[in-house]
Design a protein around this ligand. Structure first.
Ligand code: NAD
Length: 370
C-alpha cells in the first residue's frame, strides 16, 4: 500500500513523522511525503528521505492518506476513489463537506468519531491532542499571571503559591491540573461527572463539592450531559465563591455537539482579584466564560481573559509524534480486519464509503436516514 503524508495548510502538525514512516515501511508499505510536509513540526525532507520515504509534489493520490486537517477543496480531485483518507475531518461540524468528500469515492475515516474505549486508546487523537492543549492552558495561565505559581521562601520575603481553579476535568483539564501542580500551584477543580472527583484528587488537587448531582456518564461514552436551568443556576452561584479566591482560572468544559457550558459569568469575573487570569479552553465552542473572545486578550476590571485556540498544535513536534502514532495504530488495525467483521472501531470512524455518507450521526445532521 502507498501511504501519503500531505503538507498541511495553516497547520504546523503533520500526519506522518519520519519515525512512524519507518514503521510503515518495515510493515511492507511505501510512504510518499510532500516536500516540506514536516517543516512546521521540525522534520526536514532529509529526515523523511533517511527514513526511506519518497518526497513528492502531491501525496493526496496515495492509497491511504494521513492528513491532520480536512483536505482543501482544490485537492479533492486528486484523491483516489477507493483510497482511505484518515484525519480530523470535522464530520460533525461540517457534515455538508462529508457529502462532497463521499463524491470523490474515498473511504473517509475521522478521529472525531472514534469510540472513547480502552481498546481504542492508542488511536485516540482527541485524547493525545487534548493532553497537549491542557498543558498549554497551564503554561498560558502561568505566563500571563502577574504572580508566580510556586511558593518561594527567599531573603526578600515569602511568596505564597498561586491558587488555580480548573473547571472541566476531561483529558485537557486533568493535564492542566497536573501541569499546574508540577509548577507548584494550589489547585481546586470541578467537573460534573462523578468519576472526575477521584481523578482530580489523585493529581494532588482538591475537588470542589457542589450541590449538583454528579453525573454517571458511563452510559454516554463518558460524555457529560447539559445541566437543566435550575442545576446550572445553583452551580454558577456555588462556583462564584471559589472563583473569587482564584489567581488563575482554567476552563476546559465541553459537551459534544453543544455550545460550551457557561461556567464563569460576567458577575463572577467582576468578583475576581485584579491581576487574575482566565484561560478559556472552550473559546472555539462559544467559551466557558461569558467574556471570552477567541484568540483575543480581553481586560475586564483588572482580570485578563484569554481564549487561545490551537494550543495543541504549538508543540508541533510532539503533537505530530502522538498524532502519527495514533494514525498508525488505527490504519494498521483497520487494514488487519476482515471486511465482513462488524467492528465498533471501524464503524465508529467510517464517515463515507462507496460514494455515500454512511455514519449515522453525520446522516442525522444531514437530515437523512441510514
Ligand atoms: P470533553 O472535552 O467532551 O469535556 C471536557 C469535560 O467537561 C468533561 O470531563 C465533562 O464532564 C466536563 N463538563 C461538561 N459540562 C460541564 C459542566 N457543566 N461543569 C463542569 N464540567 C463539565 O471530554 P474529554 O476530555 O474528551 O473526555 C470525555 C470522556 O471520555 C471522559 O469521561 C473521559 O474520561 C473519557 N475518555 C475515555 C478514554 C478511554 O477510556 N479510552 C479516553 C479518553 C477519554
Amino acid at each position: 500500500m502507498n501511504i501519503g503524508g500531505p503538507r498541511q495548510q495553516q497547520e504546523p502538525r503533520v500526519g506522518i513523522t519520519p519515525a512512524i514512516a519507518r514503521r510503515y515501511i518495515a510493515d511492507g508499505h511505501r510512504v510518499i511525503v510532500e516536500s516540506g510536509a514536516g517543516g512546521g513540526a521540525g522534520f526536514s525532507d532529509a529526515a523523511y528521505r533517511n527514513a526511506g520515504c519518497e518526497l513528492v509534489a502531491s501525496a493526496w493520490g496515495a492509497d491511504a492518506v494521513v492528513t491532520v486537517r480536512p483536505p482543501p477543496t482544490e485537492v479533492r480531485s486528486r484523491l483516489s476513489p477507493g483510497a482511505s483518507l484518515l484525519g480530523l475531518l470535522k464530520p460533525l461540524d461540517e457534515p455538508d463537506h462529508m457529502r462532497e468528500l463521499a463524491r470523490t469515492g474515498v473511504t473517509a475515516l475521522a478521529f472525531e468519531t472514534l469510540p472513547r474505549t480502552t481498546r481504542a486508546q492508542g488511536m485516540d487523537v482527541l485524547s493525545s491532542q487534548a493532553t497537549l492543549a491542557g498543558y498549554g492552558m497551564a503554561l498560558e495561565a502561568a505566563s500571563r499571571l502577574k504572580r508566580i505559581f510556586p511558593m518561594m521562601v527567599t531573603a526578600a520575603g515569602t511568596l505564597r503559591p498561586a491558587t488555580v481553579v480548573v473547571l472541566g476535568c476531561g483529558v485537557a483539564g486533568l493535564q492542566a491540573i497536573a501541569t499546574c501542580r508540577r509548577l507548584g500551584a494550589v489547585v481546586k477543580a470541578y467537573d460534573v461527572r462523578a468519576a472526575a472527583a477521584e481523578q482530580v484528587r489523585s493529581l494532588g488537587a482538591s475537588f470542589i463539592e457542589v450541590d449538583v448531582a454528579p453525573q454517571d456518564a458511563s452510559a454516554s461514552g463518558g460524555y457529560a450531559r447539559q445541566l437543566d436551568g435550575d442545576e446550572e443556576d445553583r452551580l454558577l452561584t456555588l462556583l462564584e465563591k471559589h472563583l473569587a479566591g482564584a489567581d488563575a482560572v482554567i476552563t476546559a468544559a465541553a459537551i459534544p455537539g453543544q455550545p460550551a457550558p457557561r461556567l464563569v459569568t460576567t458577575e463572577a469575573v467582576a468578583r475576581m482579584p485584579p491581576g487574575s487570569v482566565i484561560v478559556d479552553g472552550a473559546a472555539e465552542r462559544g467559551g466557558n466564560c461569558a467574556l471570552t473572545v477567541p484568540d483575543q486578550i480581553v481586560e475586564f476590571e483588572g482580570v485578563t481573559i484569554v481564549g487561545p485556540t490551537g494550543l495543541e498544535a504549538r508543540p508541533a513536534s510532539d503533537a505530530s509524534m502522538m498524532y502519527a502514532r495514533n494514525a498508525y495504530e488505527l490504519l494498521t488495525y483497520i487494514a488487519d480486519l476482515s471486511p465482513d467483521i462488524d467492528d465498533e472501531i471501524r464503524t465508529g470512524v467510517t464517515i463515507t464509503r462507496g460514494g455515500e455518507v454512511v455514519h449515522p450521526a453525520v446522516l442525522a445532521l444531514l437530515g437523512e436516514t441510514p
